[in-house]
Design a protein around this ligand. Structure first.
Ligand code: PBG
Length: 327
């Protein structure tokens, strides 16, 4: 029996060798931590399907943002639960709306933390869709009327001091509309990270409970992408970049690692991936049952997302990972 000449196992012999030859490195610098902000004071209400995640009031959201910054996490992503919803989603662009208040308070307390605003209206509309529903009886979201609403929302978020606008609605032409409105209002320097390839996914279930944003009728399949498609994702990303997006996102992450890889290979813009609520819930449920080792599984998942090509990872595990990477 000849001995094998090539022995990949040589470089796996010790923890030190494995560290030296590691091809993918996960870093706290890549993390974005999502926060749900709700009305009230001194509130921290756990989200049932997302153990360890909460609806914060503005004051507790500030403490949580301070905590994240302390752990070295560079950015938070804000979602708002308004006091009241209406068919037009006017709460999205209210100067004293929930995200606007939270952004002001967080920037005051932790000025160096990057505050990203999710720009969408589904948390603010009574029907739960990501745009305007026509009164003519067509139960679909009206694209161009929604663009005005999104542009207005982005400008109001910019006014409140956010550092990044992140449109998540999937209307055609929204990046151009938002870019134009921001430029006109003196925010030419404010970056846009667009949810460019956002799929109509069942993995958003827990988020919709958290944000109370489930559509009251129909679903989002006429605006979010069809899961089997990858060429279409590249087309969406190309369009968003042409329209002025500074960075782009693929969402969800785990069932779409090939989309992340294809996007990385094709485009040079910074690429974000959203490790969404359902992906978080699955890990938490299994870990709580003692079926999986949470730390190892989360590290493996996040490393996989980065290995697939993501530069930035939006994840509810952010604080845990930051702690694990530090300890
Ligand atoms: C708003 C929005 C959603 C998510 C992020 N922004 C929900 C949706 O599109 O229904 C989902 C995030 C998650 O599941 O963690 N449009």
């Amino acid at each position: 029996m000849p001995f094998p000449l090539d022995r990949p196992r040589r470089l796996r012999r010790s923890a030190g060798l494995r560290r030296l030859t590691r091809e993918t490195r996960l870093s706290t610098d890549q993390l974005v931590y999502p926060l749900f902000v709700a009305p009230g004071r001194n509130q921290q209400q756990e989200i049932a399907s997302m153990p360890g995640q909460y609806r914060w009031s503005v004051d507790t959201a500030v403490s949580e943002a301070e905590d994240a910054a302390q752990l070295g996490i560079p950015a938070v992503l804000l979602f708002g639960l308004p006091e009241e919803k209406d068919p037009q989603g006017t709460g999205a662009y209210d100067a004293s709306g929930i995200v606007q208040q939270a952004a002001r308070a967080i920037k005051r307390s932790v000025p160096d933390l990057v505050v990203i605003a999710d720009t969408c209206v589904c948390e603010y509309t009574s029907h739960g869709h990501c745009g305007v529903i026509s009164e003519s009886g067509n139960p679909d979201v009206e694209n161009d009327a929604t663009l005005e609403l999104l542009a207005r929302t982005a400008v109001s978020q910019a006014d409140s001091g956010v550092d990044v606008i992140a449109p998540s609605d999937m209307m055609d032409g929204r990046v151009a509309a938002i870019r134009h409105a921001l430029d006109e209002r003196g925010f030419a320097g404010l970056p846009i990270i667009s949810y460019a390839a956002k799929y109509a996914s069942a993995f958003y279930g827990p988020f919709r409970e958290a944000a109370d944003s489930a559509p009251q009728f129909g679903d989002r399949r006429t605006y979010q992408m069809d899961p089997p498609n990858v060429r279409e994702a590249l087309r969406e990303i190309a369009l968003d970049l042409e329209e002025g997006a500074d960075a782009v996102m693929v969402k969800p992450a785990l069932a779409y690692l090939d989309v992340i890889r294809a996007a990385r290979d094709r485009f040079d813009a910074p690429l974000a991936a959203y490790n969404v609520s359902g992906e978080y819930a699955m890990v938490k449920a299994a870990a709580r049952n003692g079926w999986l080792d949470e730390r190892r599984v989360v590290t493996e998942i996040l490393t996989g997302i980065v290995r697939a090509g993501a530069d930035i990872v939006i994840t509810y595990h952010a604080k845990d990972i930051a702690r694990w990477l530090r300890d």
